[in-house]
Design a protein around this ligand. Sequence first.
Ligand code: ADP
Length: 406
Amino acid sequence: MAYVLVLNSGSSSIKFQLVNPENSATDDPLVSGLVEQIGEPGGAINVKVNGEKTREELEIPDHTFGLKRSLEIMSERGVGPTDVELVAVGHRVVHGGRLFSEPQLLNDQIISMIEDLIPLAPLHNPANLDGIRVAQQILPDIPHVAVFDTAFFNGMPPAAALYAINNEVASKYDVRRYGFHGTSHEFVSQQVPKLLDKDPMEVNQITLHLGNGASAAAIRGGHPIDTSMGLTPLAGLAMGTRSGDIDPGIIFHLVRQAGMSIDEIDKLLNRQSGVKGISGVNDFRQLRQMIEEEDADAWLAYNIYIHQLRRFIGSYMIALGRVDAITYTAGVGENDSEVRQDALYNLDMYGIKIDDERNESPNRDPREISAADSDIKVFVVPTNEELAIAQKAAHIADEAREAGLF
Ligand code: ADP
């Protein structure tokens, strides 16, 4: 059985999975793991093999050490890179700018292009590149593939992709809407035409990726025509800890009146805002608990979250003209039936009717939750970004082998 090692390297962490690209979205990977606190106190490597978890606490000076030790732990447990047929390493890369609309086989030229995009994602791309370099060093004979979080949205119509700001400044500094969570929106939206039994080219749909980060996309015939995230993943919906859309004037106000620095505002909007900024928690299970206990802040946070979601759904219905399906995915979208109900509540006049019993069903499979007479179908489709990366990486690796590169 062929496997792909999927790596998601952050500045102080590495998430990894060993995935069979033929899995379905709800199958567990053979291995999943997390290297925590690289270069900081409290380092640890968590590895789960066939559902069995281990945790090793140790100092992890850098990414090289963290990945090497993780692969050793996998080998000790009989699932190392030489124990299985490893066909590719798939790297999640956050920002592909305008350069990449497809996954890429990593070579020096592609790596240098990803370096060129660092100004657009100064925290994410360098960490992704660290992971790429380390993994290439440790596994030099395997094709390495970069899969970009922005790629799906490259090619959106200019009216949606460009901001109404000064043209010269925008083009000089590459200021435009890039969109994120593309791998998930693509993976989920590709399943919808099958559920509708329609030609993908004929399907107009809205996908709602509601995890800790959250984004919406409007997709016509397989191509996105709008999405809620922008130059960065801070834009759009209110999220777990991110503000989503705000008046940009708020930033000037905080600089001038509160004397806050750019870094402080960055932290405020990315980590101390959203649902957490209002209620104190970012996990929807805790938020729900607090709402049940009649906590006013939790209720307010929830209402802002839902209001923002309805705003985007409404505007995408107009942008698409005709909508065949609205699909929920990711942690909140897959699990929180009340969010699903409230975001589409009282829209019968627009042809949207949720079936309560279907919506409450704890099924894990892709499924319909709209009523039989709902004109617009509403679905829940589990996402699996690692599986999507594994599938893309395996495909590119096959092509590289056919071309005699490996
Ligand atoms: P990430 O964006 O980190 O990949 P996920 O898509 O896994 O996140 O979503 C994580 C979020 O999903 C959690 O913070 C929590 O709010 C929500 N979540 C997970 N399970 C449930 C559940 N059973 N009920 C409600 N919310 C849930």
